[in-house]
Design a protein around this ligand. Structure first.
Ligand code: 13P
Length: 247
């Protein structure tokens, strides 16, 4: 899975140009799933621009209630209604700036799965946590806190994205070894939650300064099954090259 998280970027004209610019690469990408995640306001525009191209539409966030007095929030039902098939949950920017916790991540995953949205669940450590050798403990807490209680069927509708916070938007990509080590640990943790067979089938994406010049090496790692891309997903040429990674 190659997923673009557009964050709080793009106008409607830019969104259309961007999708038109990656459609050729997406059509040629037979063995990979391409996903774009525009802001809420552009989901409908993006859906129209996608047309019949094999590009899945993701929202960047959802509320866990189906409807109600929750000013400013958007529900899973609303996302399905507008044509989303995927939703990003628990991005580190939500955790850092908007009070997202493992408990609310868990609620959002439940809500997404109830309406048939595929959840892309983000985990990752801060620089301080990495320097204090807490990376695996932090990831373990996030995985267990967010994914506890889910059965094998739920894991079929779920992708994990490992995004070390210190590598997001900084140009500092984790080394392939650093990324692979954490991905392997995540797969092991998933195995303890749901069994090794199911854990083998869950895709684990890497995110954090993925670019055309580092995607091939990352994707060559055995436990890296895709990428969640921020900055480079806003450039159609760069994201096309990422979609076309070779390993
Ligand atoms: P960058 O690719 O800009 O580092 O962002 C990564 C990210 O946060 C994707 O969700």
């Amino acid at each position: 899975m190659l997923a673009g998280n557009w964050k709080m970027h793009t106008t409607s004209a830019e969104a259309t140009t961007l999708i038109e610019g990656i459609a050729t690469a997406a059509r040629a990408a037979k063995d990979r799933e391409v996903v774009v995640g525009p802001p809420f306001t552009l989901l409908e525009t993006a859906k129209r621009a996608i047309g019949d191209a094999p590009i899945s539409l993701a929202a960047q966030h959802l509320h866990w209630e189906p409807k109600g007095a929750f000013t400013g929030e958007v529900s899973g039902e609303m996302l399905r209604d507008i044509g989303c098939s995927h939703v990003i949950i628990g991005h580190s920017e939500r955790r850092q700036f908007f009070g997202e916790t493992d408990a609310t991540v868990s609620q959002r995953i439940g809500a997404a799965l109830r309406v048939g949205l595929h959840a892309i669940v983000c985990v990752g450590e801060s620089l301080e946590q990495r320097e204090n050798n807490q990376t695996l403990a932090v990831i373990d807490t996030q995985i267990r806190g967010g994914l506890h209680g889910l059965d094998a069927a739920a894991f079929a509708s779920l992708t994990v994205a490992y995004e070390p916070v210190w590598a997001i938007g900084t140009g500092k990509v984790a080394t392939t070894e650093q990324a692979e080590d954490v991905h392997a640990a995540i797969r092991k943790q998933l195995g303890t939650l749901v069994g090794g067979d199911v854990a083998e089938t869950v895709r684990i994406l890497y995110g954090g300064s993925v670019k055309p010049d580092n995607v091939d090496a990352l994707m060559a790692q055995p436990n890296i099954d895709g990428a969640l891309v921020g900055g480079a997903s806003l450039d159609p040429k760069a994201f096309s090259r990422i979609i076309e990674f070779s390993n």
